[in-house]
Design a protein around this ligand. Structure first.
Ligand code: FAD
Ligand code: NAP
Length: 348
């Protein structure tokens, strides 16, 4: 074991199979775990330049490794939750970047703080949530985001990023763009609402479940509905390797959508307010081409959700990637739509 400025260096095993949800057998040169903001600051101040190519990992639920990593891996295990500020209506809560996202949702609900209940059961860490502005069932992280603290990986300086600095978009932030791999997100602060809560039940499936009971909807019941829907159609990574939706939903011009609608009368589309763009569910496109349930070796397309690629056991990252490329090409040929991966792909 190597000793680095008071760090836990976990290089007893370099296998990453249990450190990411695709469960692919790959290795890293070394795995370093940062357990506090102070330790992380110390590390990047003293070792940042040496580790500038290291890969930062949270829960590993949005990555695909196609080869062994030729770089070390830095895991964010910074824990801690605390109130930063509060009023009668709102509370600003700070979360360590290594906190499990769903545990934070449960913590908020237990304290009657609303705003993230629609994002129940998303795997991964708090620190990764702003990376792609996680979203589900009509809510995105940016709606409750107050600020984050991140460490400049080269200088070791702690920098605060407010909403306007993050360039949040659909499954997007500046940390996937110009600032990719430049910062280590160590803390996230969210602005949550105290009761009475404003619930978002705009997604049809949520409303259908809530309508089954006569009781008034609450943040608990919305969370339970989301969990019920997710468990009914998404594979549990503890049972089947996957990284959630492999592709982002594409946006296409209204004229293109109108043309497609003539040929594919059932194609769904959600117009983007204030633009001529229409969001088309990538899952529908892939399903329509017959990919749902497809399996080649241990790489496949999930039986209940065509947007999720799965590892049935011993698939390699390359096999998953080859399947993704085949799907991408077939969607392009059939609909003239390019679908982009949402998952972060690493080639060694
Ligand atoms: P990782 O996979 O560890 O990392 C993702 C990326 O962020 C990598 O590029 C990594 O280098 C970078 N990164 C991670 N932590 C940090 C940090 N502290 N500082 C700097 N960079 C960092 N996503 C949604 O948006 N909505 C969903 O509904 C959703 N459902 C999912 C369902 C399933 C079953 C699965 C497996 C995934 C789902 N996802 C969903 C994708 C994923 O869970 C989220 O994107 C999640 O936020 C990833 O967190 P993570 O900690 O696992 O990130
Ligand atoms: P779904 O309900 O079958 O709907 C398919 C797609 O249509 C969704 O991706 C969604 O886009 C869009 N959609 C549905 N109703 C909509 C509405 N009322 N307004 C605008 N867009 C609408 O989707 P699903 O696959 O079961 O997923 C449900 C939710 O969980 C979605 O929000 C999805 O993004 C999220 N999810 C994300 C991941 C991931 O890894 N990123 C994995 C699983 C689930 P949006 O995706 O833009 O919402």
């Amino acid at each position: 074991m190597r000793t680095l400025v008071n760090l836990t260096v976990l290089n007893k095993t370099t296998s990453l199979k249990n450190l990411h949800t695709f469960g692919i057998e790959v290795s890293a040169q070394e795995v370093i775990e940062l357990q506090s903001q102070e330790q992380a600051l110390n590390f990047f101040k003293n070792e940042g330049k040496q580790f500038q190519h290291a890969l930062i990992l949270g829960g590993g639920s949005n990555v695909l490794f196609t080869e062994n990593l030729q770089v070390p891996l830095i895991r964010n295990s910074i824990k801690g939750i605390g109130i930063i500020d509060e009023s009668e209506e709102e509370v600003i809560v700070g979360f360590g970047g290594g906190e499990n996202w769903h545990e934070c949702v449960k913590y908020a609900i237990a304290h009657q703080w609303g705003g993230i209940e629609n994002l129940s059961l998303i795997p991964g860490t708090m620190g990764a949530a702003p990376m792609q502005n996680i979203g589900a069932y009509g809510v995105e992280l940016e709606q409750v985001f107050e600020y984050l603290e991140a460490i400049d990986r080269m200088s070791g300086d702690l920098v605060r990023f407010y909403h306007a600095d993050c360039q949040f978009g659909y499954r997007w932030s500046i940390f996937k763009g110009n600032l990719k791999d430049k910062y280590f997100i160590s803390q996230v602060a969210l602005r949550l609402k105290k009761a009475p809560h404003q619930l978002n039940t705009s997604y049809g499936d949520i409303r259908t479940i809530l309508n089954k009971t006569e009781q008034e909807a609450t943040i608990e019941s919305v969370s339970e509905a989301v969990i019920e829907i997710r468990q009914s159609k998404l594979p549990d990574p503890r049972e089947i390797g996957n990284a959630g939706s492999f592709f982002k939903n594409p946006y296409i011009p209204q004229s293109h959508f109108t043309d497609l609608k003539k040929e594919f009368t059932k194609i769904p589309g959600y117009p983007l307010e204030g633009s001529d763009q229409v969001k088309v569910p990538a899952g529908w496109l892939i399903d329509h081409l017959g990919w749902k349930g497809y399996r080649k070796g241990d790489a496949g397309v999930h039986q209940k959700q065509a947007l999720v690629l799965v590892n049935y056991g011993d698939a390699t990252g390359k096999e998953i990637l080859d399947l993704a490329i085949e799907i991408q090409q077939s969607v392009k040929e059939a609909f003239n739509i390019h679908i982009e991966p949402e998952v972060n792909i690493y080639h060694g």
